[in-house]
Design a protein around this ligand. Structure first.
Ligand code: UDP
Length: 237
């Protein structure tokens, strides 16, 4: 196996499935099955879940809401998703811990880096909830931050398509897929795979990002083995 500790980033939108908002129970089951497959490869798995299926800070702010308040609502949305994912994983007989960056001791452990690493060593899937705990950030940046903190070898960014394209492959038949891109190219071409804060944090710390389709059978195991799947964002190409 190329990777023995990974950080999986799942967007809130992915949880919504075709219904576009909220949590689609069939999608939740599928995602938990894929995470179970990943965990059973022997790889240590940490997960960051987004909250865009429930609330996005920027969207609230456009209606006149205070941006920070709106962002805190977004962070709390990620806790809702994290609990849903924990429940689904437990139904797959996977041991999990939800660790929240905002204190909510009745529902989740506080985020303590050393404890998170210990959970991973004990082969528990650790779900990082409430983002970084700070407004003006995203869960992509959370993924970059936590991946570095726990010494993950890679960020596995699950998307609906099988990598990064030069244009939207859903709209353009001639869209070309990249096998790899450098961090700088992602920034310069303004590719919307992760926000610039997240990409910069990965660039400064040499954290590779594999962008891949989580729902294609066998993909998860292939990423962990280091096979060519999706698009790799890395230092040099
Ligand atoms: N958020 C935040 N700080 C963080 C992480 C998230 O304020 O460290 C808020 C922000 O408002 C964001 C929302 O939580 O819009 C949901 O996260 P995100 O948009 O990253 O979710 P995704 O796009 O992955 O579903």
């Amino acid at each position: 196996m190329k990777y023995t500790r990974v950080l999986l980033k799942i967007s809130g939108e992915a949880l919504a499935g075709d219904q576009g908002h909220g949590i689609a129970s069939d999608v939740l089951v599928k995602i938990s099955q894929e995470i179970a497959t990943l965990q059973k490869t022997g790889c240590e798995v940490a997960v960051v879940v987004g909250g865009g299926n429930i609330h996005r800070g920027v969207a609230g702010a456009t209606t006149g809401m205070d941006r920070s308040t709106s962002d805190y609502m977004g962070m709390i949305a990620t806790v809702i998703n994290s609990l849903a994912l924990q429940d689904a994983l437990e139904r797959q007989n996977i041991y999990t811990r939800v660790m929240s960056a905002i204190d909510m001791q009745e529902v989740a452990e506080p985020y303590i880096r050393r404890r998170a690493v210990r959970h991973l060593e004990k082969k528990r899937v650790v779900i990082f909830a409430a983002g970084t705990g700070n407004p003006y950030f995203t869960t992509d940046t959370t993924a970059a931050l936590r991946a570095n903190e726990i010494n993950a070898q890679v960020i596995m960014k699950a998307t609906k398509v099988d990598g990064i394209y030069d244009k939207d492959p859903m709209k353009f038949k001639d869209a070309k897929k990249f096998d790899s891109l450098s961090y700088m190219e992602v920034l310069n071409k303004e590719i919307k795979v992760m926000d610039s804060t997240a990409i910069t944090l990965c660039m400064d710390n040499n954290m590779d990002i594999v962008v891949f389709n989580m729902f294609e059978a066998g993909n998860i195991a292939r990423v962990v083995k280091g096979e060519k799947v999706g698009t790799v964002v890395t230092k040099t190409i």
